[in-house]
Design a protein around this ligand. Structure first.
Ligand code: TGC
Ligand code: FAD
Length: 387
């Protein structure tokens, strides 16, 4: 497995254990069937509780049965899961970074006790509702609203492109509290079996096919005021969840790129043309050399990010740089790996085309490549181009 600058040597026992557990899980439980799931447009739902039993949901948080492992161990987990499929990593990212994290960081004790243990084991599934049909890159324009009515809130609006909404038990819905002064954005825990909630599935995806995506419709949905996340108000609530998830994506992208590299390297040494393996041609060697170099440098960025996060010094802009760079890298390398496999490269028998197609989504969600460019532009110049 590609580890060109021997990062393995610096891993501690816990990090190796988590990495190896996830790698074994992917080899035994994901890789055998993921091509079929991809073709069918289904998620292997039987893995949801198994992933919980293995501790794949928010293991970097502590309390409520969560182990509080280090950030590098968490990153390695995301890397291994995405080496299987970005849809599997998305399951863990959404459940952990986008649902458990806000409850852990901003929730009441009752909310934590109600949800964190069940979400941690995968006995409950959560989703994160930020994007709306008319407000994707600019969530600050959201129209979904929550109106106080006695000791309840009434929610109206619609969210779209929501990973796992059709199978979720609870949605973290971000909405404007229109009954409060200045209508701040607040987080609401909405059980999906409440009257007025619909979660239609989006069926026509050509990317991220082994992942369930849907809408959330909210039509006069009444929730008790105890379901409001008390600890945060404003856009920084959802954006700080995104920082957690983007950190995992920066690591995950390295995993999908590495799987593409390993597939291409093996294929190039096995496949014979003109009387010998194609790996003997300099053009193919140049491709492998470039892939290995790009994967290694992206991996180093991910490792550095984990160290900064561990000591509490990580800035969201640094996460933007890594998400932007590593996902673009993975997308470019997946295309080259696909090319090295010739015609076989466009089938589900091999992973690169599936990874490439998934990476179109990863390039777009959690802040598009363009948006992260502008985040960096603002950080570097002090001028916000999106205002
Ligand atoms: P701006 O004025 O810059 O910021 C508002 C407040 O938020 C704070 N902040 C952050 N905090 C934590 N982490 C971040 N990354 C943060 N970025 C900003 C900021 O300090 C400020 O705080 P305060 O206290 O001053 O109020 O906000 P803006 O409206 O100008 O927007 C900036 C912009 C464009 C970068 C932001 O809107 C953005 O990131 N847009 C992209 C939207 C996005 O990423 N959506 C993702 C939806 S979820 C998803 O895709 C899940 S996929 C899941 C899967 O399957 O894996
Ligand atoms: P738009 O914002 O309309 O952007 C369209 C194009 O315009 C992009 O190329 C963009 O980069 C560009 N653009 C926009 N603004 C600017 C600008 N200021 N300057 C330059 N270019 C700009 N969301 C959730 O809330 N929860 C989820 O669980 C979730 N899961 C998802 C799963 C999948 C499979 C997909 C595809 C998306 C998911 N999303 C989710 C939504 C995702 O975050 C959005 O698609 C993303 O934020 C982009 O929004 P948009 O699609 O509306 O594109």
């Amino acid at each position: 497995m590609l580890d060109y600058v021997d990062l393995e040597a610096d891993l501690d026992e816990e990090e190796r254990m988590i990495r190896d557990t996830a790698r074994r899980f992917v080899e035994e439980k994901v890789k055998p069937d993921i091509g079929d799931h991809y073709e069918a447009g289904t998620f292997p739902e039987e893995l949801i509780t198994e992933m919980g039993e293995l501790g794949f949901y928010a293991p970097n948080l502590d309390g409520y049965g969560l182990p509080g492992v280090g950030e590098r161990a968490y990153g390695l987990l995301m890397q291994e899961l995405e080496a299987g499929d970005a849809g599997i990593r998305s399951m863990a990212s959404v459940q952990g970074a986008l649902v458990m994290y806000p409850i852990h960081a901003f929730g009441s004790d009752e909310q934590k006790e109600r949800w964190l243990p069940e979400l941690g084991t995968g006995d409950a599934v959560g989703c994160f509702g930020l994007t709306e049909p008319q407000h994707g890159s600019n969530p600050g324009g959201m129209e979904t609203r929550a109106e106080a009515d006695g000791d309840e809130y009434v929610l109206n609006g619609s969210k779209t492109w929501i990973t796992n909404s059709p199978i979720a038990d609870v949605a973290v819905v971000w909405a404007r509290e229109t009954s409060a002064e200045e209508s701040p954005i607040r987080g609401f825990l909405v059980e999906t079996d409440r009257d007025g909630v619909t979660t239609n599935k989006i069926d026509d995806k050509l990317s991220m096919r082994a992942s369930i995506t849907g809408e959330i419709g909210l039509n006069d949905v009444r929730i008790p005021e105890e379901n409001v996340l008390p600890g945060v108000s404003g856009l920084k609530g959802p954006l700080s969840c995104l920082t957690q998830a983007r950190f995992g994506i920066a690591w995950g992208a390295v995993g999908s790129a590495r799987d593409c590299f390993e597939t291409a390297r093996e294929y190039a040494t096995d496949r014979e043309q003109f009387g010998g393996p194609i790996a003997r041609f300099q053009i193919q060697q140049e491709k492998l050399a470039e892939m290995a170099t790009q994967i290694t440098t992206s991996q180093l960025l991910a490792y550095r990010l984990a160290d900064l996060k561990e000591r509490g010094d990580l800035r969201p802009e640094q996460v933007s740089m890594a998400k932007r760079n590593n996902v673009r890298m993975a997308r470019d390398q997946a295309r080259i790996a696909r090319e090295m496999l010739g015609g076989n490269g466009i089938t589900t028998d091999y992973s690169p085309m599936r990874h490439l197609s998934n990476l179109e989504t990863v390039y777009t969600y959690e802040g598009t490549h363009d948006i992260h460019t502008l985040v960096l532009g603002k950080d570097l110049t002090g001028i916000a181009a999106f205002e």
